[in-house]
Design a protein around this ligand. Structure first.
Ligand SMILES: CC(C)(COP(=O)(O)OP(=O)(O)OC[C@H]1O[C@@H](n2cnc3c(N)ncnc32)[C@H](O)[C@@H]1OP(=O)(O)O)[C@@H](O)C(=O)NCCC(=O)NCCS
Length: 227
């Protein structure tokens, strides 16, 4: 019994030392997490419970190793971080200041992705490639960008500063700054504060699957008329 108590005490002490180190070495990241999540109640809650913060700290360490060409160690850290947080950030990615991932699970950030300052990602976001191409193959995201839950931003494209990407959008081409992009494939619905009229019918126009089904439906109707 005494042994179990001792082990628990040692683990608790290690945990507390770890959190104090994070607080000292990653003050800015902790501050950002606090400012970007209205649900955050205390610094301790953020330190212990925020997977987005943990993933970012592991990424910063892995990225430093990657920059020193310690590729295996860097990838190992990023995979361990993925295992414990559900967030996979390639150590080769470039991420600016004031970055935060809220809720976390299922986020993937590719090797050649570049992210500016003050960017917020929600769960399920992918900044990925579109095939097996080499070189710069992941997106460049500007500063002050919010990417909604489940959105996919794919290929060597650029998302301009101060933009919002809607939940579940699939963005596959360059997008201008100061814009809101929604749908599949992503379309600008608002730019420089003004609504853009693209005759948006998100349910019927933007989803290619729905488009295909509609085309098939029309062909069946035409065939039935011919009978
Ligand atoms: C894209 C987003 C930023 C738009 O915000 P907004 O500028 O206030 O836009 P509006 O609400 O005025 O919507 C503009 C149009 O886009 C549509 N729209 C909004 N979000 C959309 C989305 N994710 N997908 C498809 N269409 C969307 C609206 O229905 C509206 O269509 P309409 O002009 O035909 O009526 C927001 O809707 C969004 O998706 N945010 C992500 C939030 C998120 O992921 N939260 C996770 C919390 S866990």
């Amino acid at each position: 019994m005494m042994l179990i108590v001792k082990i628990l005490l040692i683990l608790a002490t290690i945990g507390i030392i770890k959190m104090i180190l994070i607080l000292l070495l990653f003050k800015e990241e902790v501050k950002t997490a606090r400012s970007k999540d209205p649900a955050a109640r205390s610094v301790w809650e953020i330190l212990f419970l925020y997977q987005g913060l943990h993933a970012l700290i592991w990424y910063r360490i892995a990225h430093a190793l990657f920059a020193r060409k310690l590729f295996f160690a860097a990838r190992m850290i990023s995979q361990l971080a993925r295992f414990t947080t559900g967030i996979e950030i390639h150590p080769g990615a470039t991420i600016g200041r004031d970055f935060f991932i809220d809720h976390g699970m299922g986020v993937v950030i590719g090797e050649t992705a570049v992210i500016g300052d003050n960017v917020l990602l929600y769960q399920g976001v992918t900044l990925g490639g579109t095939g097996l191409e080499k070189g710069k193959r992941h997106p460049t995201v500007g500063s002050n960008v919010v990417i909604g839950a489940g959105a996919k931003v794919l290929g060597n494209i650029t998302v301009g500063d101060n933009s919002y990407i809607g939940a579940n959008a699939v963005v596959i081409k360059d997008e201008p700054p100061n814009s809101t992009i929604v749908g599949v494939p992503g379309r600008v619905t608002r730019q420089d504060g003004k609504k853009i009229d693209v005759s948006l019918d998100h349910i019927h126009v933007l989803d290619p699957l729905v488009q295909n089904i509609e085309e098939l439906q029309k062909r069946i109707e035409d065939l039935e008329k011919r009978k």
